[in-house]
Every structure is written in structure tokens, then in C-alpha cells.
Ligand binder design. Structure first.
Ligand code: NAD
Ligand code: FE2
Length: 373
């Protein structure tokens, strides 16, 4: 038996950002975005159709940290009335921060307890969110969770609540035209990772499979072209669609071992999320050779090759994009790599992985195939 649910109302296409005012429909709103001029000009154009926001939070930093989120949430607590809608205009860091503000409604302690003790889910009544992604990567516009980082504590939390699915996702590829090459690669590979992670996943089902195949094929056929043609709106549109489909795939499965492995790599080695969760994909792909079911079906449909050849192809694609698949290049020692892989299986996301620890260690060259069997 399986089920699939995703309640997000999606508006996709060039110029769709102009519909945001209509979708707000006279409601009061807070705008969460970055402080750069491009985002200020988008905020100004929104103001013309939707009126001024009640509050602007425009100091979102990459990888939202719990300490900054606390300060930002305090600005909501000073409002006499909470905004009716939270508008998130930006990448995953903006959308995930917006999810924290939507759930907290000015009360950071409630979120802190929920993140750290998993207490009080029933007391959270998140405000509606309208998500306007400006990166083609995280899929956060169609998921009900957000990643909260605690750099001081060296840990990462996941804020998850069914009330955090955005009410609307407006995906406008024109907003992505100014993304530099590195960001385009990082976010594109994050999307690829979401698609593949939803396949080697205990929670996969035929609907997530269909989304994952379309998503991964879209990234693999588009990203290598896009990196040499960054202002090509058609390619941006294809990447935006692929990232959205990957979001639909993993919105119901969650991620798996590559993401579990990635969090300490981002926290300790400072590797951006999209790289940290994707440079290990060929190794993981090699390790799932022999798994059947949806995983095998999906990988065959994407790569049209058996997993070992698919892994070689994927490693070549990453290397051509300038992403090394060698953990040493990220400053990780062989002992740390072994420990990271072992620990990744214990993490919540790691437990979604259908593969075996011995096989992954063998694919990493840390154990022989025979001892893994
Ligand atoms: N909620 C989820 O399901 C989910 C999934 C994957 C990742 N994440 C999280 O998302 C975060 C990463 O998000 P991200 O990769 O989208 O990047 P980001 O939001 O961290 O942004 C990175 C940088 O990109 C710039 N930027 C964003 N859009 C731009 C544009 N259109 N043009 C020019 N510059 C632009 C920003 O100014 C910022 O400096 C991480 O914290 C990660 O953990 C969440
Ligand atoms: Fe991710």
C-alpha cells in the first residue's frame, strides 16, 4: 500500500512572478528575501500590485542559522498583528527561514522546543506561505520542511510540519537568469540529488518515481548546456521544472544517505549544500547495483544503463561541471570518510536508504566487495 499527497498550488512560467499580487488578494504580508539590489527591485515591483509589506526581513544569510533566526523572529513578535501571509522570495535559505517565521508567528521559543525536543506539534498553526524560488534546486517550495543550521552546536535540525507546505509556489525562470555559474551548478546538483535520493528510498512509490525520473533526466540533459549559456531562459525554464519535479518526488519520500552524509560535510568542512549532497552520488549509485524495485526501475529509466555504468557516466558529468567526486578534495581524511559514511546510516535521513553499509563502504574503496557481501 502507498499514498502520495502534495497540496501546493503551483504557478509556473516566465512572468509568473507578476501574479503574486493577485494571489495575495488583499491580505497583509511579510516579505522574506535577500538584501541585494535585484531582490529590492522585485520587492518594489510587488509593492506596486500588493501594497507595502507589514515587515521585510531581508538579511537572510545562506544556510539559515538558529541564532539569526531567533533575532529575525523577534521582529515579528514586535508587530501588533501577525501578517496573514509570509512571502518567501529567494532560494532555499529564504524559503526555509520563511517556514520558521510562519511556524513561530513571533514565538521563537515554541520553534526552539519543537526543533530540539520535537515537542508541541499540535500547538503550531503556521501562517500561509507563498514561495517564489529564485534558485532551481531545493524544491522547498513544495515540501513541508526546512533545514535549520546550528553552527555553534555543530548540528542541523529539520523543521517539519504538514502546515508548512506553501499555499502557492510561483516558479518564474526569469528570476533565475542572474544566477552565477557556481550557484547554478550547486543548486542544480541539489535537485539531482533530491531526485536520486527519492529512488533509493524506503518511502518511494510510483508517483515519486515518475517525478524523480523526469527530474533527473531534466537536470542531466540541461545543466551541462546551461553552465555555458547562463542567460538562456529556455534552459533556465527546463532546470526550474526539473528542480520542481524533484521537489515533488522527495516531498513524499524525504531524502536519504547522500543528504545524511552531507550535513556534517557542510558544517565541518564548509562545503555548500548542493555540492556536499551530490559529490557522493556516483559512489552511492555504484553501491545500489543489485537492488531491485523502484530504485532499479528509476535508475534504468534515467541512465539507460546498469548502475555501475550509470555511476561512471554520472561521475564524468560531475567532473565536467567542475565537481570532484573525490572526498580528499574537500579536505576529508580517509578515517573521517569512513566515520562519516558509518554515521550517515544512523541519521534519520540515512535510515530511508535501501542500500547496505558494507556495499557503500566497498563502493567507497574502504572495504572489499567480498567482505561487504
Ligand atoms: N527545505 C528543503 O526541502 C531543502 C532542500 C534542500 C536544501 N535546503 C536548504 O536550502 C539552503 C540552500 O538554498 P539554495 O541553494 O537555494 O541557496 P541560498 O538560498 O542559500 O542562496 C545562496 C546565494 O544565492 C544567491 N541567489 C539566490 N537566488 C539568486 C538569483 N536568482 N540570482 C542571483 N543570486 C541569487 C543569494 O543571494 C545567496 O547569496 C540550505 O540551507 C539547504 O540546507 C532545503
Ligand atoms: Fe538538498
Amino acid at each position: 500500500m502507498w499514498s502520495y499527497r502534495n497540496p501546493v498550488d503551483v504557478r509556473f512560467g516566465r512572468g509568473s512572478f507578476s501574479k503574486l499580487g493577485e494571489l495575495l488578494n488583499g491580505r497583509t504580508y511579510a516579505l522574506v528575501t535577500y538584501g541585494e539590489p535585484f531582490f529590492r527591485s522585485l520587492a518594489a515591483s510587488l509593492e506596486k500590485t500588493a501594497g507595502a509589506p507589514q515587515l521585510i526581513i531581508d538579511d537572510i544569510a545562506p544556510n539559515p542559522d538558529i541564532a539569526l533566526l531567533k533575532l529575525q523572529t523577534a521582529r515579528f513578535s514586535r508587530l501588533s498583528r501577525q501578517p496573514e501571509v509570509i512571502v518567501a522570495l529567494g532560494g532555499g535559505s529564504v524559503i526555509d527561514s520563511a517556514k520558521v517565521f510562519a511556524a513561530a508567528r513571533g514565538d521563537f521559543d515554541a520553534i526552539d522546543a519543537y526543533l530540539k525536543k520535537r515537542a508541541g506539534a499540535e500547538t503550531l498553526h503556521p501562517s500561509p506561505i507563498i514561495a517564489v524560488p529564485t534558485t532551481a534546486g531545493t524544491g522547498s517550495e513544495v515540501t513541508c520542511w526546512g533545514t535549520v543550521w546550528d553552527n555553534a552546536g555543530g548540528v542541523k535540525f529539520s523543521l517539519a510540519h504538514p502546515g508548512l507546505y506553501p499555499e502557492f509556489a510561483i516558479v518564474d525562470p526569469e528570476l533565475m537568469l542572474g544566477k552565477p555559474r557556481d550557484l547554478t551548478v550547486q543548486t542544480g546538483l541539489d535537485a539531482l540529488s533530491h531526485a536520486l535520493e527519492s529512488l533509493w528510498n524506503r518511502n518511494s512509490n510510483p508517483v515519486s518515481l515518475a517525478h524523480a525520473v523526469m527530474a533527473a533526466r531534466g537536470v542531466l540533459s540541461t545543466l551541462p548546456l546551461l553552465v555555458n549559456d547562463l542567460r538562456n531562459v529556455e534552459l533556465r525554464e527546463r532546470m526550474a521544472c526539473a528542480a520542481l519535479l524533484a521537489g515533488f518526488a522527495f516531498s513524499n519520500t524525504k531524502t536519504a544517505i547522500a543528504h545524511s552524509l552531507s550535513y556534517p560535510i557542510t558544517l565541518r568542512y564548509g562545503v555548500p549544500h548542493g555540492i556536499a549532497c551530490s559529490f557522493s552520488l556516483p559512489m552511492i549509485l555504484r553501491s545500489v547495483a543489485g537492488e531491485g524495485g523502484i530504485c532499479a526501475e528509476g535508475l534504468q529509466a534515467i541512465f539507460e544503463a546498469e548502475p555501475r555504468h550509470a555511476a561512471d557516466f554520472l561521475a564524468g558529468t560531475l567532473e565536467k561541471l567542475g565537481i570532484s567526486t573525490d572526498y580528499h578534495r574537500y579536505g576529508i581524511s580517509v578515517d573521517d570518510w569512513r566515520a562519516l559514511i558509518t554515521q550517515a546510516f544512523e541519521g534519520e535521513r540515512g535510515q530511508n536508504f535501501i542500500g547496505k553499509q558494507g556495499k557503500l563502504l566497498a563502493a567507497a574503496g574502504l572495504e572489499t566487495e567480498a567482505s561487504a557481501a
